[in-house]
Design a binder for this molecule. Structure first.
Ligand SMILES: Cc1cc2nc3c(=O)[nH]c(=O)nc-3n(C[C@H](O)[C@H](O)[C@H](O)COP(=O)(O)OP(=O)(O)OC[C@H]3O[C@@H](n4cnc5c(N)ncnc54)[C@H](O)[C@@H]3O)c2cc1C
Length: 440
């Protein structure tokens, strides 16, 4: 434990994502004398997840990977790279995997969430996740390898290799499917591969895509995705994944069409039960399950709801845990699971801690609803802002403005503009594609 002057207050923020960074910036903005702010996080950069779908489709990862030193350089804050493995509520310290112990007077937990596989056999081992820059780059590399490896194969091998399944048609799955529809065709062209072998399916367990949004939005987005050549399958859940085969509940592959790329069908009005043939694919992208970080369930003294989120009081403090605040994806609040909520929680908690330090009365947390701007392919998006709805290019630009506004809120102007520009610059490490880029 580090030495401390007698009445110095130590504020430890855990997690360098949306919530953690905003809390730290808020605290710095209103910094009191004799307080020490420490941000502990497991990776040295911030991942801007709303732009991950662009990384899969060849955009530079520099937009999604912002070094913490660019955000906090020169500021009065200690940044520690460590993975927190425990928190002692009574003794008021957190413990890192490095063996270090960080004592606190106030602690803010902003650990985010992780992919949930719901114990579906084979899924964790064989599917592609889409939650981090590392996973996005792994998926991109895999897509390039597919086009390289099966150029000489039989038609059946090509159909299997170029069949991509995105599972989960929430905002993340929809964004990704829209972007992949164009990217896969571009890859086919650059790798000199017949595009008719490409099949892109979006599989959803609910009766419609974007099930948490209004029905008319689902309809518009369905139409847009179909125009982009995405096949949409509803009321379908993954029950098992094996090497190169995925099994869906109530699935019957139409044998007459099994090799016709985009004409594939799963199930039919009469088919019941899972058949043994499965869907032949090398690429299942799992965008259907997220749950709060596992550490929340492991820390003794925290109470979690059914989804593993920490139950908090009206000041976002974990119940029965004095001065331990939980924000963002990990807090059991009505709009958790969105970056906007994590940012609002963070501003609230920074204000609350400062109020507590000054002995002022703290105001209560009021959850507020979130906006949605979902891009679906190049230059088209749907925006739902309050009662307003926008579709098309305007909504797409709104989304870009939101990205820029966020970068400007955490970075100096020049760096924010550089990062923003990276979102539109291509970055291909595959030899075939980088030489194609150089020739254009
Ligand atoms: C692909 C994708 C697209 C998204 N698009 C949008 C969008 O368009 N709009 C929107 O509002 N939301 C979007 N979200 C949701 C949004 O990313 C989350 O709601 C938001 O990141 C939650 O913020 P957070 O601070 O709770 O956690 P995070 O931002 O995930 O931050 C968690 C941080 O904690 C660190 N950490 C984890 N474990 C430890 C540990 N043990 N010790 C130390 N540090 C640790 C992590 O490295 C990370 O830095 C998207 C999510 C994904 C996956």
């Amino acid at each position: 434990m580090s030495a401390q002057s007698s009445n110095q207050k130590r504020i430890v923020v855990v997690g360098g994502g949306f919530g953690g960074i905003e809390t730290a910036l808020g605290l710095l903005h209103k910094k009191r004398a004799n307080t020490k702010i420490t941000l502990i996080t497991s990776i040295p950069h911030f991942e801007y997840t709303p732009a991950l779908y662009r990384v899969v489709a060849g955009a530079s990862p520099l937009e999604t990977c912002i070094p913490l030193k660019d955000i906090f350089g020169g500021k009065d804050i200690e940044i520690v790279r460590d993975t927190v493995i425990d928190l002692d509520i009574e003794e008021k310290f957190v413990k890192g995997v490095s063996g270090s112990v960080y004592a606190f007077d106030y602690c803010v937990l902003a650990l985010g969430s992780e992919v949930a596989y719901f114990d579906i056999p084979g899924l964790k081992e064989l599917s592609f996740g889409f939650k981090s820059v590392h996973q996005a780059l792994r998926l991109k590399r895999h897509l390039h390898e597919i086009f390289d490896s099966c150029r000489e194969g039989t038609s059946e091998e090509k159909v299997c290799a170029c069949h991509v399944l995105v599972v989960g048609a929430g905002a993340t799955g929809v964004e990704l499917a829209g972007e992949l529809s164009m990217y896969l065709r571009r890859l086919a062209k650059q790798h000199n591969f017949p595009p008719e072998f490409i099949t892109l399916d979006l599989v959803e367990a609910a009766p419609r895509i974007l099930p948490t949004l209004k029905e008319d939005i689902s309809k518009e987005v369905t139409y847009q995705l179909r125009n982009l050549g995405v096949n949409i399958f509803l009321n379908r859940t993954v029950v098992k994944e094996e090497v190169e085969t995925v099994f869906l509940k109530d699935m019957q592959m139409n044998p007459a069409r099994s090799c016709e790329g985009s004409q594939r069908t799963y199930g039919g009005s009469t088919s019941i039960g899972t058949t043994s043939n499965g869907v032949k694919t090398k690429t299942l992208i799992w965008a259907a399950g997220i749950r709060a970080h596992h550490l929340y369930r492991e820390i003794r003294g925290l109470t979690c709801d059914e989804g593993g989120r920490v139950v908090v009081d009206e000041f976002l403090r974990a119940v029965n845990a004095e001065n331990v605040y939980v924000i963002g994806d990990g807090a059991s609040t009505p709009y958790a699971g969105m970056a906007q909520t994590a940012l609002r929680d963070a501003r609230f908690v920074a204000d609350t801690i400062v109020a507590s330090l000054c002995g002022r009365k703290m105001r209560e947390y009021v959850p507020s609803s979130v906006s949605h701007i979902i891009p679906v392919g190049e230059g088209w998006a749907v925006a739902l802002i309050g009662h307003w709805r926008f579709y098309g290019k305007f909504a797409w630009w709104l989304r870009r403005i939101v990205d820029l506004r966020y970068f400007l809120s955490i970075l100096p102007l020049r760096k924010a503009l550089l990062v923003f520009r990276e979102g539109t610059s291509l970055c291909e490490s595959c030899e075939v594609c980088s030489s194609a880029e150089n020739n254009t």
